[in-house]
Design a protein around this ligand. Structure first.
Ligand code: AKB
Length: 316
């Protein structure tokens, strides 16, 4: 029998699609969405919703008890670019929300956690190409430091208290249903909107900055696949590298121009360039492939077709 699930940060870019995917896979009434603000109509109308601050332990505990929640997906976080502007707010949100769910599991009030990490855990001294699972990290951003610390705490709670916490290091995620907010990889979503809206885009990264990216459907499939995996098959309890495609602003521009030949991009790098320069270009995800059968399905061409095809209506 399916046990109730709680999603914290359900109205963000990943949370929205994850909630909808879990609601169509399971009984939607047992998938409780929560956030500090209300989300899209589709999300609000498709199952239970609670206004909830992920940094408030008692409030989460109340919801967990009320719905008899078994699994929690913690998707609330402040991303890399915004975190550079509000370091302490980012640290408090990213760390306190994680401790809240880890401690609920330690107290045996919930039995399984998904918590997302990021390619931001790597830093300027990490090998850039095919970045291994275990390697020198030394993140240089507030967000990266919070994700790296979070990974250490996840592994610690697993080893010390047997908490079943699972995690992946998401690359930049590309989606058309909900906009991303405050990330460095957000350009790869904005560019599709601007291509359709006015045929030109001012890119905040340099044209050759190659970063690991993934289409949202792959990211959601990976998340649910990891959560469905047999606990004994998981050898990584910090966070799994998760790879799909890698491209630069120049490459995605060329790809969009195959569909919209007049599309034009200018490059005006800002403070986010330095963040991007500290991250890998491509990821070795063999541990995820070996342990739980991870395999991506969308390449850049397929992603472009999905993005332009679905966003077209918004700009007609
Ligand atoms: C960001 O750009 O901050 C995020 C991430 C890579 O974690 N998309």
């Amino acid at each position: 029998m399916q046990k109730p699930i709680l999603i914290l940060g359900a109205c963000g870019q990943i949370g929205t699609e994850l909630t909808m995917a879990l609601r169509s896979k399971y009984n939607a009434n047992l998938v409780v969405a929560s956030d500090i603000r209300e989300g899209s109509e589709t999300l609000m109308d498709s199952g239970p919703f609670e206004l909830l601050d992920a940094t408030n332990y008692e409030a989460i505990e109340d919801v967990v008890m009320h719905y008899e929640i078994d699994e929690v997906y913690l998707m609330a976080a402040m991303l890399s670019a915004t975190a550079e502007k509000f370091p302490m707010r980012a640290w408090n949100l990213n760390m306190n929300s994680l401790f809240n769910v880890l401690n609920l599991a330690k107290e045996q009030k919930i039995s399984k956690i998904f918590w997302p990490s990021s390619i931001a855990v790597f830093g300027p001294n990490t090998p850039k190409e095919n970045t291994p699972q275990s390697v020198i990290m030394e993140p240089s951003t507030v967000y990266g430091i919070s994700k790296q610390s979070g990974e250490r705490w996840c592994e610690y709670y697993f080893n010390k208290f047997g908490v079943d916490v699972r995690s992946v290091r998401y690359p930049g995620l590309i989606s058309w249903k909900t906009m991303p907010g405050g990330g460095t990889t957000d350009y790869a979503v904005e560019i599709y909107h601007k291509a359709l809206e006015n045929g030109s885009y001012q890119c905040f990264l340099e044209e050759d900055t190659k970063l690991p990216m993934m289409y949202m459907d792959d990211a959601i499939r990976a998340t649910i696949q990891l959560m469905d995996s047999d606990a004994d098959s998981l050898t990584v309890r910090s966070s799994y590298n998760l790879g799909s495609m890698s491209f630069s602003p120049k490459e995605i521009t060329k790809n969009i121009q195959n569909h919209l030949p007049d599309f034009n991009v200018e490059y005006n790098p800002d403070f986010r360039q330095k963040i991007a320069d500290s991250w890998p270009s491509s990821i070795d995800d063999s541990a995820a492939r070996n342990d739980w059968g991870w395999e991506p399905q969308f390449n850049l061409e397929e992603t472009t077709k999905e993005m332009l095809g679905n966003l077209k209506e918004n700009y007609n």
